[in-house]
Design a binder for this molecule. Structure first.
Ligand code: F6R
Length: 607
C-alpha cells in the first residue's frame, strides 16, 4: 500500500528519495511524488500518476526546463488510491494553502469530511479529493511557528490512522514526522537521517532502525533525530537491529521476485523450524495452557493458513478451534474470553483489519499469540507473545514463502497443543497426529516437490492459461490448500478462480462446469479422497478437464502430480507449492505484472 520515504543530510535528496520509492514499489501503488527543499529556499514538489518511472521522467523534464530538483532534504510517497482517483492532483505530497506545510501521509483520516467541511466553510480551498490534504490545511491553520507545538494541537483532531512526513517552509533541512496505527521507521548515519514506512527502503543505509510508536513525533535534521512523546517530553529510542537474514530486494537473476521466493521456501521453512524451540518461550507456553478455544485470525492467505491450523488443532488436540477472517471478526461479536487463544497470523504485521481485530480481542481479555514475519511490526508488538516466521523480506505481492513459514509454525503449535510443551521446546519428538519428526522433514519435502512440479506445472499452465474460469476442489484440510491455490491464480493471472469443498459443487456451482472447464483437485487426506474422486468424476461427466495434486498413486487422472509420501496432514504444505507454480506460469503466459498485480498492495494498512 502507500509508501513514505524521507531524507535529510548532505547528499542530493532526489536520488535518495527515488531509490527509496523503488524499494517500496513492491507494496503496490498507483501514483508517486516527492518534494525537496531547494537551496533557493523554496519547496519544489513534483508528482505523477502511474509508475515511478513517470515521476523520474518529470524530474528529467524539470532539469531540462532549468528548475532542477536540487537540495538535500525531502520527502516522497507512493500512493495507493483510497479517497479520490489515482491522478496527479491526488498524488502526495500535498501542500497547505500558502505552501507553509508539505506532507506525505499513509493511512486514512476517518473524520476528514467533517474536517474538510469546516475548513471550506472558513474559505480554505482544496486542490485534491484526498483525506490527506485536510492535515496540511489544519497544520497551516493552527501554525504557531513551532511545528512540534502545532502538531500537538492538530494530531488530536485526526481520527483514523496516519504515518506522516512533513516539510515546513520556515525550517528547510528539517523533516517532522508522526504516527498512529501506521508504521514509520527512522535510520541514522553520521551525516544523514532517513525516514520510511518500511525497512526495505532503509536497509541500504543502516541495519539499525528506530521505530516510532503510536503518538510519538520526531524531528530529523542531518544526522540528528529527536523523538518526543505526545505531550512533548523527549523520548530516548533504542535502535532495533534488522535481522541479518533479511536482505534488500534483489532478484538474483530471477525474472520475478515471486519465482525467486517460491524457490526460497525450503530454506525459509528450515530457518523458521530451527528457530521455533528458542522462540517457544515459557511465556508462550503459558498462553497455550488450559485453553478452551483456539481462534486463528488473518486475512487472505494468512486466513487460509489459519484454516489449516483450525483442522489440526480441533482434530489433533480436541480443542474447539475456528479460523476467522479478521475483517469480519468484530462484527461477529465472538464469544471469547481469557481462556481463548487467539493466534494472529500476518506476514507484514501491519494489516489494518487484523490489527483492529486483535485490539478488539484484547479488550475481551483473550490471550494473543502472533505469527508474524516482520520483526518489530505493530501486530508483533501488540500480541502477548510472538513467534516470528523467518521468511526474510517478501517482495512479491502474492505471498509464497511467508505462507509456507506460517504453516510450519502452525504445525509446531498444533503439535504443542496436543503434546508435551517441554519436550517440544527441547526439540524432542512427541506423539499425536502431527509429530515433530514429520514437521522437520518439511524443508526437504518442499524441495522435492519444487523439483517434481517444475515441468508439469508449466505444461498445465499451457493448457489452462486461456481459461476464463477455473475451480479448485478439496475436502477437509485439502480444501484449505484449494483456497490458497485459487487465490494465487486469480490474484496474479486474473483468471476467475474459486475454491469449493468438493462436496459443495453439486449444490449449485456445478451448473457452471462445461466442456473444458479446468477443475483442479487436491486429494491428500485418504479419509476423504474417495469422495473427492467421485466429485471429480461428476465434473468430468460434464466435460471438465481434470487436474489432480495428490499423494495417492491409485488416482488415474491423466493430469496428476504425485506428491512425496508424508503425513497427509502436512501434505497441505506441499500441495500449495505446485499451485503457486501453476499460478505463476499462467500469469507469465498471460503477460501479467506478476510481482505487482493490479489494484493489490503488499501491506494493506486500511480497513
Ligand atoms: C495473497 C496475499 C494476501 C495476504 C493478506 C494478509 O497472496 O498475500 O492475501 O496474505 O493481505 O497480509 P498479511 O499477512 O501481511 O497480514
Amino acid at each position: 500500500m502507500c509508501g513514505i520515504m524521507g531524507y535529510t543530510g548532505v547528499e542530493e535528496a532526489a536520488p535518495v528519495l527515488m531509490d527509496g520509492l523503488e524499494a517500496l514499489e513492491y507494496r503496490g501503488y498507483d501514483s508517486a511524488g516527492l518534494a525537496v527543499c531547494t537551496e533557493g529556499g523554496s519547496i519544489i514538489h513534483i508528482r505523477a500518476a502511474g509508475r515511478i518511472m513517470n515521476l523520474a521522467d518529470k524530474l528529467i523534464q524539470a532539469a531540462h526546463e532549468e528548475v532542477p530538483v536540487t537540495g538535500s532534504c525531502g520527502i516522497a510517497h507512493t500512493r495507493w488510491a483510497t479517497h479520490g482517483a489515482p491522478t496527479e492532483e491526488n498524488a502526495h505530497p500535498h501542500r497547505s494553502a500558502t505552501g507553509l506545510y508539505t506532507i506525505v501521509h499513509n493511512g486514512i483520516i476517518e473524520n476528514y469530511e467533517a474536517l474538510r467541511d469546516s475548513l471550506e466553510a472558513e474559505g480554505i480551498e482544496f486542490e485534491s479529493e484526498t483525506d490527506t490534504e485536510v492535515i496540511a490545511q489544519l497544520l497551516e491553520k493552527h501554525d504557531t511557528g513551532d511545528v512540534l507545538e502545532t502538531l500537538r494541537t492538530v494530531l488530536p483532531l485526526l481520527e483514523g490512522s496516519y504515518a506522516l512526513g512533513i516539510l515546513y517552509y520556515n525550517a528547510p533541512g528539517k523533516i517532522y514526522c508522526a504516527r498512529k496505527s501506521s508504521p514509520l521507521l527512522i535510520a541514522k548515519t553520521k551525516d544523514g537521517a532517513y525516514l520510511a514506512s518500511d525497512a526495505a527502503a532503509l536497509l541500504k543505509y543502516s541495519r539499525e532502525i528506530l521505530r516510532l510508536e503510536d503518538g510519538e513525533v520526531a524531528e530529523l535534521e542531518g544526522g540528528k533525530v529527536s523523538v518526543y512523546a505526545a505531550d512533548g517530553t523527549p523520548v530516548r529510542k533504542v535502535p532495533i537491529a534488522v535481522a541479518s537474514h533479511i536482505s534488500a530486494a534483489d532478484k538474483s537473476g530471477y525474472t520475478h521476485f515471486m519465482r525467486k521466493e517460491i524457490d526460497e521456501q525450503p530454506e525459509a521453512v528450515r530457518r523458521t523450524l530451527a528457530s521455533f524451540p528458542g522462540q517457544f518461550t515459557p511465556q508462550t507456553q503459558q498462553l497455550l495452557k488450559d485453553v478452551r478455544r483456539v481462534v486463528f485470525l488473518g486475512c487472505g492467505s494468512a486466513y487460509y493458513a489459519g484454516l489449516v491450523g483450525r483442522y489440526l488443532v480441533e482434530e489433533g488436540a480436541g480443542i474447539p478451534a475456528s479460523a476467522e477472517l479478521a475483517s469480519e471478526f468484530k462484527a461477529l461479536n465472538p464469544a471469547i474470553d481469557d481462556r481463548t487463544l487467539l493466534i494472529v497470523i500476518s506476514q507484514s504485521g501491519e494489516t489494518a483489519d487484523t490489527l483492529s481485530a486483535l485490539r478488539f480481542a484484547k479488550q475481551k481479555r483473550a490471550r494473543t499469540l502472533g505469527i508474524v514475519n516482520v520483526e518489530g511490526s505493530t501486530i508483533a508488538q501488540e500480541c502477548d507473545a510472538v513467534i516470528y516466521t523467518k521468511a526474510g523480506l517478501e517482495v512479491a505481492v502474492a505471498t509464497t514463502k511467508a505462507y509456507a513459514t506460517q504453516l510450519s509454525i502452525i504445525y509446531c503449535l498444533a503439535a504443542a497443543l496436543q503434546g508435551d510443551y517441554i519436550l517440544i521446546r527441547k526439540g524432542v519428538p512427541v506423539g499425536g497426529i502431527v509429530k515433530q519428526s514429520d514437521i522437520h522433514r518439511l524443508p526437504d519435502l518442499i524441495g522435492e516437490v519444487l523439483r517434481r512440479s517444475a515441468q508439469p506445472m508449466f505444461e498445465w499452465a499451457r493448457a489452462i492459461h486461456r481459461a476464463e474460469h477455473c475451480y479448485f476442489l478439496g475436502r477437509n484440510i485439502d480444501y484449505a490448500a484449494a483456497l490458497e491455490g485459487s487465490l494465487k491464480l486469480k490474484e496474479i493471472s486474473y483468471i476467475h478462480a474459486e475454491a469449493y469443498p468438493a462436496g459443495e459443487l453439486k449444490h449449485g456451482t456445478i451448473s457452471l462446469v462445461e466442456e473444458g472447464t479446468p477443475i483442479i483437485s487436491v486429494c491428500c487426506r485418504p479419509e476423504v479422497t474417495p469422495k473427492t474422486r467421485s466429485n471429480m468424476e461428476e465434473c468430468a461427466a460434464r466435460g471438465a478437464a481434470l487436474y489432480c495434486i495428490t499423494n495417492d498413486n491409485s488416482i488415474t487422472v491423466k493430469n496428476k502430480l504425485l506428491l512425496p509420501r508424508c503425513n497427509p496432514l502436512l501434505a497441505v504444505s506441499l500441495s500449495t507449492i505446485p499451485l503457486q507454480l501453476l499460478a505463476y506460469h499462467c500469469a507469465e503466459m498471460r503477460g501479467c505484472a506478476i510481482d505487482k498485480p493490479r489494484n493489490l498492495a503488499k501491506s494493506v494498512t486500511v480497513e
